[in-house]
Design a protein around this ligand. Structure first.
Ligand SMILES: [Zn+2]
Length: 130
């Protein structure tokens, strides 16, 4: 299942950040998922909760930011967000626009509980486009 392997990847990153911060519990994780990844937020939440059992991520809150498709026009330099599958430049009509965002899948923030003052750790991750 697509979402389950993503959840496992997120948990791996978050646990690593917790270890680095000498924390034994992850409070929350924020990730960014481009719409082209076709991640179902509900399924990902469920998969995350299941996969997090018996790890430092158990009970952690997962926030998913859905990122729109961002395109750039090679002709006129116009940058815009695509709606649906219409990727034509709205300024000059160029069809072959370049993808600048919307296919990302990153962990942008991991908040951990530590003995000290509740340190915040941040990690980055990019999955291969499989
Ligand atoms: Zn253009």
């Amino acid at each position: 299942m697509h979402e389950f392997s993503i959840a496992a990847g997120i948990i791996e990153i978050a646990c690593e950040e917790a270890r680095k911060a000498h924390a034994d519990h992850v409070r929350s994780v924020t990730c960014r998922a481009g719409v082209l990844r076709q991640v179902d937020p509900e399924l990902l939440h469920d998969a995350f909760a299941l996969a997090a059992e018996d790890t430092p991520c158990a009970g952690a809150e997962l926030s998913i930011e859905q990122m729109p498709v961002h395109l750039a026009c090679p002709d006129c330099g116009h940058r815009f967000s695509a709606h649906g599958w219409d990727w034509q430049c709205p300024k000059c009509g160029q069809d072959a626009t370049c993808l600048e965002g919307g296919d990302e899948l990153d962990v942008t923030s991991v908040e951990v509980d530590s003995e000290a003052t509740g340190a915040q750790a941040k990690g980055g991750l990019t999955w291969s486009a499989s």
